[in-house]
Design a protein around this ligand. Structure first.
Ligand SMILES: Cc1ncc(COP(=O)(O)O)c(C=O)c1O
Length: 382
């Protein structure tokens, strides 16, 4: 076999591979694992969305190639939802493009904007796709550390001049995976200023904008200025469906569309119809989901407190980001939990160097399993 291209060889080893191996071994030994490592909502997609999909699959028109940039009706539904939700007006023809899940848009954006040596500003800890696809595209990641003392928000005012000059894109992600942190107006204002003054495309990954608790309403950077992407996965429990959208600056949206046209052929139209139903139909399921997740979040935060790990309650996302007890690296702690009590958490280092010292618990697991997992943690002598 020929060697793969250097860009593929450059992909760093999968940091969760060891954990996966430990999980596999534990399962083989018959251990009942409580798995807190997966950020995938366990609640089903709401029935009205599934119904619409069923009907749409009957229509032969939907069996052909979809329109690349998304059906006009889907893009209109996105623009209307955006106006209702954020008070931001978008032109559905020029400022909205359908994505095969937001991951697809995130992964392609560095290919649209980065030449060899160009920089992408990337949060750490962060969703790993920002960094890996920057490397694949030949770009250079410049890490924006997210530290607890700054409420896990990047220090956008103190990026060195050289990094700002070379940067063409900057990823920000609030509500944030993995820290559960939320953005504030100051952050968005600073991000917009950074983009304007240095000619940098600010990409707000708002996959969790609707997964918020205690009355918190996440904002969109488009309320402050003009670039953005979005996912339907988390809001409507549609991770398996692969649909999302990017909206914002028409030039950026068109450029992304241009690249995509040459790589994928759009989203299955029946899924787009289901997406229209999700955005325009009843939003009761979103409220119900938030109630379920808020209760689970409380259980985990209280469970951790009872073993001496104190974490503030996050106002959004499915994630609790907590300190690893003294004496362990994040990977060692995750491995110890699997071996000793059959509980799986994600080691923070998997989200970048700045994630070392932390672990992530995902609450996409039914309440009885969360209680079981928390009970086992209490038995563990740390
Ligand atoms: C921060 C963040 N952005 C984007 C995604 C991708 O979501 P989608 O299912 O829309 O591709 C995820 C999924 O875990 C995520 O955590």
């Amino acid at each position: 076999m020929p060697r793969p291209a250097s860009r593929v060889e450059k992909i760093p080893p999968y940091l969760f591979a060891r954990i996966d191996k430990k999980k596999e071994e534990a399962r083989k030994r018959g251990i009942d694992l409580v798995d807190f490592s997966i950020g995938d909502p366990d609640l089903p997609t709401p029935a009205h969305i599934v119904e619409r999909m069923k009907e749409a699959t009957e229509n032969p028109r939907n069996h052909q190639y979809p329109s690349y940039e998304g059906m006009p009706a889907f893009r209109k539904a996105v623009a209307e939802w955006y106006a209702r939700r954020f008070g931001v007006r978008l032109d559905p023809d020029r400022e909205v493009v359908a994505l095969i899940g937001s991951k697809e848009g995130i992964a392609h954006l560095p290919w649209v904007y980065l030449d060899e040596g160009d920089v992408a500003l990337i949060p750490s800890p962060g969703y790993p796709v920002y960094r890996i696809t920057t490397l694949l595209a030949g770009g250079t990641p410049y890490i924006l550390p997210l530290r607890e003392e700054r409420a896990f928000r990047p220090d956008l005012d103190n990026i060195p001049e050289e990094a700002r000059r070379k940067a063409k894109i900057c990823f920000i992600n609030y509500p944030n995976n993995p820290t559960g942190a939320h953005g504030d107006d100051g952050l968005y204002e600073r991000a917009v200023r950074l983009g304007r003054e240095n000619d940098i495309l600010i990409c707000h990954d708002a996959a969790y904008s609707e997964v918020t608790y205690d009355g918190h309403k996440a904002r969109s950077i488009l309320e402050f200025d003009k670039e953005k992407r979005h996912s339907l996965s988390k809001t409507y429990c549609m991770t398996g469906w692969r649909i999302g959208f990017a909206v914002g600056n028409s030039e950026a949206v068109q450029n992304l569309g241009k690249l995509k046209t040459n790589i994928d052929s759009g989203v299955f139209q029946a899924i787009q119809e289901a997406g229209i139903e999700a955005l325009t139909g009843s939003q009761e399921s979103v409220e119900a989901m938030k109630t379920v997740f808020a209760r689970r979040r409380d259980l985990v935060v209280e469970g951790l407190a009872s073993i001496g790990i104190k974490v503030p309650k996050p106002l959004g996302t499915f994630y609790i980001w907590a300190h690893v007890p003294a004496g362990y690296t994040s990977a060692e702690f995750a491995e110890a939990l699997i071996e000793r009590i059959g509980v799986v958490v994600t080691p923070g280092a998997g989200f970048g160097d700045e994630g070392e010292g932390y672990f992530r618990i995902s609450i996409t697991t039914p309440e009885p399993r969360i209680r079981e997992g928390m009970g086992r943690l209490k038995e563990l002598r740390l």
